[in-house]
Design a protein around this ligand. Structure first.
Ligand code: ASP
Ligand code: MG
Length: 403
């Protein structure tokens, strides 16, 4: 079998863990498999590097940030290769560019355009274990790029697609995908399997197990993923196409604190207002999520929407520069909000689900600031200090504990 394994930062956090990973990799190799391993930076390395940059320059160019951040994965890949050498296994480590990871030039959040897997395949042919630095690639100018926080998952899935892997395992520090964050709800249940669509939603709603783009890619190329712990020997959660997935109305509850709400007061209520507003933000690559527009009166209306906290400053700046264009008065913003969402493919045809979620919030006296729904999810915006309580109430209400 051709296997791609990805190990996250906690799985390679120190020498002991690196050896632990090396042993597991070797055991797959010794069974006769071809193994490609994608690694993340050790522990908090990426955060530490960001801090280091700040000590020098609080607004470094994105290009140089990528040069810096890509070093984290380079440390892991070489250490893991050394551990495998020590265990007597033939191994080679490759950076993103050596591995042929070609991306666009959106530094800090680059997309993989193509993987030129020739070098990797050549090394596999020579019976080597190939370790690849996750999270990084190279653009057409030969500059180093990174894929966005958590991007190593995406490196792994893209590689699995490029080489036609039979199995793609994502090793992490939890046993799989849970019905909600076990740190918030200790008796949350591990799911045996989950569909791509549900996982895309959970991942992008802050479930923090998988990078959401990795799941989108897995769906696109129909690559079954297994999410499992590198610290145990136990089956994880299979993420796959929809067919045999167990039918449950609601599969999980997610919370996302990385949300800020922006409100634009009194902008012109006329055709094109929303277009002008949101195309400005799109040009700055700012992702807008929940949108709420009030009823217009006297030719004016308010629009509220949410953006990731990291985009808040840039969004507010852009909007303030263009306020007069919308005839708007002022911009308000609030970082102390969280998005709490339920996800489940089975909820589309079940009108009672939303009511049940709102009832859970009502019984905990939690006010809903904004609501958005799609076929397989319902999200509400609540005050950040109430978000964990909201998750607990909702998780409980849908009977997701101890499944
Ligand atoms: N090291 C990068 C990060 O911390 C990428 C990853 O871990 O997937 O975001
Ligand atoms: Mg991760």
């Amino acid at each position: 079998m051709l296997i791609v394994q990805k190990y996250g930062g906690t799985s390679v956090a120190n020498a002991e863990r690196v050896f632990n990973v090396a042993k597991r990799v070797k055991s797959y190799y010794d069974e006769g498999n071809s193994v490609i391993v994608v690694v993340s930076a050790q522990g908090d390395t990426t955060d530490d590097l960001i801090e280091k940059a700040k000590e020098i320059n609080d607004k470094p160019s994105k290009r140089e940030m990528d040069v810096l951040l890509s070093t984290g994965e380079q440390i892991s890949m070489s250490l893991l290769a050394m551990a495998l050498e020590k265990l007597g296994a033939p191994v080679i480590s490759l950076t993103g560019w050596q591995a042929g990871m070609l991306t666009n030039s959106n530094h800090g959040n680059a997309r993989i355009k193509k993987i030129d897997s020739e070098r990797i395949l050549r090394e596999l042919d020579q019976s080597k274990i190939v370790i690849v630095a996750g999270f990084q690639g190279i653009n057409k100018y030969d500059d180093i790029t990174t894929l966005g926080r958590g991007g190593s998952d995406t490196s792994a899935v893209a590689l699995a697609a490029a080489v036609g892997a039979d199995l793609c395992q994502i090793y992490t520090d939890v046993r799989g995908v849970f019905t909600t964050d076990p740190r918030i709800v200790p008796n949350a249940s591990k799911l045996d399997d989950i569909s791509f669509d549900e996982m895309v939603e959970l991942a992008s709603l802050g479930a923090n197990v998988l990078h959401n783009r990795s799941v989108e890619l897995a769906k696109k190329f129909n690559i079954e993923l297994e999410v499992l712990s590198s610290l145990e020997y136990e089956r994880g959660t299979i993420v796959k196409g929809v067919k045999q997935v167990e039918k449950m109305l609601v599969r999980g509850v997610a919370r996302d604190n990385d949300v800020a709400r922006i409100t634009i007061k009194n902008l012109d209520d006329e055709p094109g207002a929303a277009f002008k507003l949101f195309s400005l933000l799109a040009k700055k690559n700012i992702n807008v999520d929940i949108i709420l527009q009030t009823l217009g009166s006297d030719g004016k209306q308010d629009i509220s929407f949410t953006v990731p906290e990291s985009s808040l400053e840039s969004a507010v700046e852009t909007l303030n520069d263009n306020l007069s264009e919308f005839g708007a008065e002022k911009i308000l913003f609030d970082k102390n909000v969280s998005k709490v969402s339920i996800v489940g493919a089975g909820m589309a045809s079940n009108p009672g689900v939303a009511a049940k979620m709102f009832e859970a919030l009502y019984s905990a006296n939690i006010n809903i600031l904004m609501i958005s729904t799609s076929e397989i999810k319902i999200s509400v915006l609540v005050e950040q200090s109430l978000a964990e309580a909201a998750v607990r109430e909702i998780h409980d209400k849908f009977g997701l504990a101890d499944l």
